[in-house]
Ligand binder design. Structure first.
Ligand code: TEU
Ligand code: CA
Length: 552
């Protein structure tokens, strides 16, 4: 397998609004990040992925960009950003920037021009259509609103927005628009960044004619088949690669909802010259029902293991995996797949062990390394996320569910679970800000915080440092083959990583109780071969959420 620095890297994701506030306005900022770079260096990560910091009216916390060439006022200035980049590089780390080019903000100057008249030269930078029979051009629903189309009085047409109505979709069919994007990317690369994380990049090509989803009723329907992995997406990415990406030694990761292994291979196989890796969400759907993320469904470990196996084997010589169990859009992994109460420490370490012993590039989402948990705010007024608030209002309006039922879904799946402030210490507001935080701090910060965990040798934080080191010292954990064992087991996830004559066995108990395990014939383990574990002593049985990694 070809070796690359981005395969060997461990990435740390920063959600800047919630990371560290330097000036007391309650909003995390670039100077706050600068002040924590030594912490990240000490953790051992190599790459920082920074969620959007560009100018934005913050309808979707920076994923609605009004100026791609400048920094959001709340976060600082371009010169703060330059200082941050140089401080990251000084410490031998790299920076990848979020690239949000499926849509812009409706406050971007292109959109202001575009909506001003049908003849404006920027009209075609966005997707404008006439209505049909007094309604929207098609019945597509958006990720955040009932209809994906918004009527604009000025010119009497509708524009497409796959997300909020303040996030109009850019028209990639237009070669001038594509050049504008490529020019902007070159500008950031010129400044010395080390790559991009590309927001919903598999949605940039839509099926011609924007047809309605066939349906008997007049409601809005999920039209993913018309805009996910669309007809020209690979052509666009290859053009981007040829004109921009290939000229630099950078890393790229595309965010691609709704891809299967074959799609992902098309995006990431080396000889296709598109992206290095993608985020796929199959595992993130494991606890969702038919109607989507808000419908809660119990999950089985065998299904969980099968998904991971499929991706591990599917991309083995055919692309590259990105490894994550949470991010700024997902609930906290310890609350979702582990136990955020009695076995918080053990299960956070066990899940971390999984992420760091699979083939692919691991991503740590801020706070994961100290085992931060989901939040339950008492009422909807305390929530800030547009997706959550829109969902709440929509369901209430339709009257299909009561408030408690809605709040249950939000407690499990709402994106604000991941967006409460980073917990640095046990002082007021968890040391995140000396002002009033933009979103409430999780009340468990007195116990769960960086300072406590730095002082405790058995903390999740210190375990993560060991995990990251272990991976660096054992290339078999990066490049080795993934071989599942005990596949039918509903309690234990176990697999071997193999490269040449090196073999590593991983054993993970996913249950909050002691469980038996029987190793397949021929596999022998010994305490001398133990590389890492979240328990001191090891018995015949596995203890609750026990993780062990052996050289065999
Ligand atoms: O997310 C895209 C995406 O697929 C989301 O709809 C995701 O499924 C959802 O957030 C889960 O609830 C990206 C960004 O990561 C997200 O923060 C943005 O809101 C979105 O794009 C629009 O830019
Ligand atoms: Ca601030």
């Amino acid at each position: 397998m070809k070796q690359n620095w981005w395969k060997e890297a461990v990435v740390y994701q920063i959600y800047p609004r919630s990371f560290c506030d330097s000036n007391g306005d309650g909003i995390g900022d670039l100077r706050g990040i600068i002040s924590k770079l030594d912490y990240l260096k000490d953790l051992g990560v190599n790459v920082i992925w920074l969620c959007p910091v560009y100018k934005s009216p913050n309808d979707d916390n920076g994923y609605d960009i009004s100026d791609y060439y400048d920094i959001m006022d709340e976060f600082g200035t371009l010169s703060d950003w330059e200082e941050m980049l140089s401080d990251i590089h000084k410490r031998g780390m790299k920076l990848i920037m979020d690239l949000v080019v499926n849509h812009s903000s409706d406050e971007h100057k292109w959109f202001k021009e575009s909506r001003s008249s049908k003849n404006n030269e920027k009209r075609d930078y966005y997707i404008w259509k006439k209505g049909k029979d007094g309604r929207e051009p098609s019945n597509w629903t958006s990720f955040f609103t009932p209809s994906a189309w918004e009527y604009d009085d000025k010119t009497g047409e509708y524009y497409l927005h796959l997300f909020s109505k303040k996030q109009p979709d850019l028209n990639w069919e237009n070669p001038k628009l594509r050049e504008e994007i490529f020019t902007m990317m070159k500008w950031w690369l010129q400044k010395g960044i080390d790559g991009f994380r590309m927001d919903v990049i598999n949605c940039i090509s839509k099926v011609e004619g924007y047809p309605s989803v066939p349906s008997q009723d007049s409601g809005y329907k999920w039209g993913g088949e018309y805009f996910i992995n669309g007809p020209r997406v690979h052509e666009y990415l290859q053009e981007m690669n040829r004109k921009v990406l290939s000229k630099h030694d950078i890393m790229t990761v595309g965010e691609t909802p709704d891809v299967n292994v074959d799609d992902a291979a098309l995006y990431t196989a080396e000889e296709r010259n598109e992206l290095n890796m993608v985020f796929q969400f199959e595992l993130m759907g494991i606890d969702s029902g038919e109607s989507g993320k808000w419908e809660l469904k119990p999950w089985k470990l065998t299904d969980f293991k099968n998904i991971i196996k499929k991706w591990q084997l599917g991309l083995e010589n055919n692309g590259w995996n990105s490894l994550f169990l949470n991010n700024h859009d997902q609930p906290r992994m310890v609350s979702r797949f582990g136990d955020d109460k009695k076995y918080r420490n053990e299960s956070a370490k066990m899940l971390g062990t999984l992420v760091h012993t699979l083939q692919g590039t691991p991503y740590i989402y801020q706070g994961e390394e100290i085992g931060m948990t989901n939040i339950k705010f008492k009422s909807i007024e305390e929530y800030k996320d547009i997706e959550t608030i829109n969902y709440y209002n929509e369901v209430l309006k339709n009257g299909d569910k009561d408030v408690n039922h809605i709040m249950e879904s939000i407690y499990s799946k709402g994106r604000d679970n991941a967006r409460t402030p980073m917990q640095w210490n046990d002082e007021e507001n968890a040391g995140f800000t000396f002002g009033e935080p933009w979103i409430k701090v999780n009340p468990n910060y007195k116990e769960i915080n960086v300072k406590n965990e730095e002082e405790d040798k058995d903390s999740v934080l210190n375990y993560y440092k060991k995990l990251i080191k272990l991976r660096k010292e054992n290339p078999v954990l990066i490049y080795g083959k993934f071989i599942p064992v005990m596949e039918q087991d509903e309690e234990v996830f176990s697999y071997i990583r193999e490269m040449g004559n090196e073999k590593i066995l991983v054993i993970l108990n996913f249950k909050g109780k002691d469980v038996d395990f029987v190793l397949p014939e021929g596999i022998k383990i010994s305490e001398e071969g133990l590389l890492i574990s979240n328990y001191e002593n090891h018995d015949e049985k596995l203890k609750p959420y026990e993780a062990r990694v052996y050289k065999i």
